[in-house]
Design a binder for this molecule. Structure first.
Ligand SMILES: [Fe+2]
Ligand SMILES: [Fe+2]
Length: 274
C-alpha cells in the first residue's frame, strides 16, 4: 500500500488526482483515518500547501453529458431506480472531490484545525456514501460508469475557487441543503418498491442522516468568517448566492432538517423561484 502523503493538503491533492472512483473513495477514507489518528494522538498531520488541480481526475466512464441530454429517470421501473442510484453515486463522487478541494484550496486563509476536522470527516462520509451506492449498483448487475451522468457538477467549485465564503454558501448551504429537500421522496420510491430495494433504502437513510452535518459545517464556518470580517450573515448570504449561484432555489424546502443544520428560512426563502 502506498504511504500516506506528508501533509493534509497533499492527501487532498492525491484524492483529487485519482481517476478511478473506488480508488478515490478508498483513499478518501484512508487519509481521513490517518488525519483522525494523528489528531487523537495529539500530533496532527501538517496542513501544508499542495496546490489542487483546477478539475479533479475522473474515470473514462461514465460519459458526462450536458444536464438536458442525461436520459430522464422513471423510478417506477427497476431500470429507473437503478438510474436514480447511479445519479446519486455520481453526486457522492463529486462531493468527495468538493470536500478535499475545500481542504487544499484555501490554505492561505488562517483557519483553526477544527475547520479541517469538519471537512475531512465530511469527505470520509461522502466516500462511504459512494461505496454504499456502488454496492447497491453491483447488487443490481450494474456499476458506477454504466450510465451517462451530469457533466456540470464541478461548475460550483470553479465559480467559487477564489472565495471561501462563496464556496461555503454555494456548496454546503445550497447544493447539499437541496439534498435534504429531495432525499425523503427518494427513500419513499425505494421503500414502495418492496423488500428487494431494502439496501437502497438503508443507504439513502444513512446519507440523509449524515448530510445534515455537512450543511451544518457549511453554516458554522460561514458564520465564523462573517464574524471575522464584520459582515451581516443573511445579507451576505443573499448577495453571494445571487452572484455565484445560477438560478433560483427550488421549493419545497425541508425547513425542519435545514433548521437542524443551522439554516433558517429567512436565508433561503427570499431566493426561491416563483
Ligand atoms: Fe453524501
Ligand atoms: Fe454531503
Amino acid at each position: 500500500m502506498l504511504p500516506i502523503p506528508a501533509s493534509l493538503s497533499a492527501c487532498a491533492v492525491e484524492v483529487l488526482t485519482t481517476a478511478d472512483a473506488l480508488e478515490k473513495a478508498a483513499k478518501s477514507r484512508r487519509f481521513a483515518k490517518a488525519w483522525r489518528d494523528g489528531r487523537a494522538a495529539g500530533g496532527a498531520m501538517p496542513i501544508g500547501s499542495a496546490v489542487p488541480p483546477p478539475r479533479p481526475a475522473r474515470p473514462a466512464k461514465p460519459d458526462l453529458l450536458p444536464p438536458r441530454d442525461v436520459p430522464r429517470r422513471r423510478p417506477g421501473s427497476p431500470q429507473g431506480r437503478k438510474a436514480l442510484l447511479h445519479a446519486v453515486a455520481h453526486i457522492e463522487l463529486n462531493a468527495i472531490d468538493l470536500h478535499w478541494d475545500i481542504v487544499a484550496r484555501f490554505t492561505a486563509t488562517p483557519l483553526p484545525v477544527d475547520f479541517y476536522d469538519d471537512w475531512v470527516r465530511t469527505a470520509d462520509e461522502e466516500a462511504r456514501h459512494f461505496e454504499l451506492l456502488s454496492d447497491c449498483l453491483h447488487a443490481r448487475g450494474s456499476f458506477y460508469g454504466d450510465l451517462p451522468a451530469h457533466a456540470e457538477m464541478w461548475r460550483a467549485a470553479e465559480d467559487t475557487a477564489h472565495d471561501l465564503l462563496a464556496r461555503l454558501t454555494v456548496v454546503p448551504m445550497v447544493l447539499e441543503a437541496r439534498g435534504l429537500d429531495v432525499t425523503p421522496a427518494m427513500i419513499e420510491i425505494f421503500r414502495k418498491a418492496g423488500p428487494a430495494e431494502a439496501d437502497a433504502v438503508a443507504a439513502l437513510e444513512t446519507i440523509y442522516a449524515e448530510e445534515v452535518g455537512h450543511v451544518a459545517h457549511g453554516t458554522k464556518w460561514f458564520h465564523v468568517l462573517c464574524a471575522r470580517h464584520g459582515l451581516p450573515p443573511r445579507e451576505t448570504f443573499h448577495a453571494l448566492i445571487r452572484q455565484y449561484f445560477h438560478g433560483a432555489l427550488k421549493p419545497p424546502f425541508n425547513d425542519e432538517r435545514r433548521a437542524a443544520a443551522g439554516l433558517p428560512p429567512d436565508f433561503y426563502r427570499p431566493l426561491a423561484e416563483g
